[in-house]
Design a protein around this ligand. Structure first.
Ligand SMILES: Cc1ncc(COP(=O)(O)O)c(C=O)c1O
Length: 512
């Protein structure tokens, strides 16, 4: 007879990770020194694993606001917004956020996670939600809690989104839901194309701006401000646990929709409201975000320094163009070893493994605060270089050239970084304008390098295969027969494809 607890008793990963000293989670912070450095097990480490983008959690003005509100209203509201849990402070924050975000109305909810769960309240049985495969877990759960049909599109793949939209019942209610800035990889959703498709197929649009609010756009209003598409983005979600230095979330949009959510969402009406201290901290943070744009500018300068610092050493920071700077490692075990070496050397960063990223794409996620000093950042870079060389993630000597990353500053309107080797390999023709390499150059490469390039290609293809939709898989099922029929053409075709592959990827011969 089986016991529901069996799976817990038989779960080995935890025990293995602990026994090998490669367990990276639930590290207790004992003290904080201005948020950029913390103490763990009595040791001071530089924090590059927090989403405190503007460094406001340590700002004396924010702390004082939280203390004063706690003194005035107590430690908790002791109830749901619907009944006894609404304070004048909640209403003030909602009014201020609606104005800041340029929307008719806003509701604040106790956590960002619950804010996304509230989405379920407006999704009915006949609605269809189009959701990016890499959307945050809270959006995934919000959709799952609803009765709507979910159609997942491949990450930022607008052709796939269009395909799904075109196949959908034209009479069904539709909404496209996407992270603004993707939390693990730091790239930005293709909002301009999403908005175009939404108009064409009569769908609504919602962005989760957890990592974009306070960071992107001239005034820090997030992805839709960055792309100048605020009117076209129906709902915008944000969390206070990142740039707003607090805890809670916001959903802003048309009055009637927000009012409906206010009365119907189970994560609102069956949960206690944001505490007085949290609201006051978020209110003060909002005031600072509006008054001190120089913090955003410094944060983006830091992002640029770190991306390019890592790249100059030979690291791959992937598709990111934001202060979320992933350092790609690939292998999961190596990623954990890298994390442990960082920890021992006094740097706090987060290992990210599947399912948070695609298999074979384990990475160390670093993220920055406007309040980091250059000395701290240089120490982080030096530490990464030493460990990267030791573990064979980067070459012994720095590459002679590297592609710098263009950061998503106001007005740049970029989505992701085209410089990434691994990702560019999957994008047809992306590097064609960069010259590529000739077959002659290819023949002069060492066999190790050719093998490395092939390995990358296989890894890329595997990643793509893992991302296939069921209908694509069905198509793949017919492939062997088609291949058999075309067997005579294969040698020529392979040669041509191989040549194209190397032409596209040859621009990155800087690791020679
Ligand atoms: C993209 C995204 N959405 C929502 C959330 C949930 O926010 P919170 O941590 O405030 O509950 C997070 C938090 O990690 C996030 O990264």
């Amino acid at each position: 007879m089986s016991d529901v607890f069996d799976k817990c008793r038989n779960w080995k990963d935890y025990r293995i990770a602990k026994a090998t000293g490669l367990y990276p989670y639930f590290r207790a912070i004992e003290a904080s020194h201005g948020a950029t450095e913390v103490e763990i097990e009595g040791k001071r480490v530089i924090m590059v694993g927090s989403n405190n983008y503007l460094g406001l959690s340590a700002d004396p003005r924010v702390k004082e606001a939280a203390i004063k509100a706690t003194e005035k209203f107590g430690t908790t509201s002791s109830g749901s917004r619907l009944l006894n849990g609404t304070l004048a402070l909640h209403e003030e924050l909602e009014a201020r956020l609606a104005k800041f975000l340029n929307r008719e109305s806003a509701i604040v909810i106790s956590t960002g996670f619950q804010t996304n769960l509230a989405l379920a309240s407006i999704l009915g049985r006949h609605d269809i939600v189009f959701s990016d495969r890499q959307n945050h877990a809270s959006l995934v759960d919000g959709i799952r809690l609803s009765f709507a049909t979910e159609r997942k599109f491949r990450h930022n793949d607008m052709d796939h989104l269009e395909q799904l939209l075109s196949q959908a019942d034209p009479d069904a209610g539709k909404i496209i839901v996407t992270d603004g800035v993707f939390s693990m990889e730091g790239d930005i959703c293709n909002l301009p194309r999403i908005v175009e498709l939404a108009k064409h197929y009569n769908a609504r649009v919602m962005t989760d701006d957890a990592h974009a609010m306070g960071v992107l756009g001239t005034r820090g209003r997030g992805t839709s401000e960055y792309f100048d598409l605020e009117k076209e983005t129906d709902l915008v979600m944000g969390t206070f646990s990142k740039s707003f230095a607090s805890l809670g979330g916001v959903l802003a949009g048309p009055f009637e929709v927000i009012n409906y959510i206010r009365h119907k969402a189970r994560s609102v009406i069956f949960s206690a409201s944001m505490t007085p201290g949290s609201i006051a901290a978020a209110l003060k943070a909002l005031e600072i975000i509006e008054a001190e744009p120089e913090r955003r500018a410094r944060l983006l300068d830091i992002a640029e320094k770190m991306h390019n610092g890592f790249r100059a050493m030979g690291f791959d920071t992937g598709v990111s163009v934001t202060p979320v700077v992933p350092v790609h490692i690939g292998d999961q075990v190596k990623c954990f070893r890298f994390w442990r070496a960082l920890h021992e050397a006094g740097v706090f960063a987060n290992p990210v493994i599947p399912p948070a990223v695609e298999p074979g794409h384990a990475l160390i996620r670093t993220s920055y605060m406007a309040t980091h000093t250059d000395a701290q950042l240089d120490r982080v870079l030096d530490t990464f270089e030493t460990i990267g060389r030791k573990l064979g993630v980067i070459p012994e000597t720095r590459p002679s050239v590297y592609e710098p990353v263009q950061i998503a500053r106001p007005g740049t309107r970029i989505l992701s970084n085209r410089a990434s080797e691994k990702w560019a390999a999957g994008s047809n023709g992306l590097l064609a304008d960069k010259g590529g390499i000739t077959l002659d150059q290819l023949s002069r490469m060492s066999s190790r390098e050719v093998a490395g390039r092939l390995f990358d290609a296989v890894e890329q293809l595997t990643w793509r295969a893992a991302n296939l939709q069921p209908e694509d898989l069905r198509k793949l099922g017919n492939a062997p027969m088609k291949l058999w029929e075309k067997r005579g053409e294969l040698p020529g075709l392979l040669l041509e494809k191989g040549a194209h592959f190397f032409m596209r990827n040859g621009a990155h011969s800087d690791r020679n």
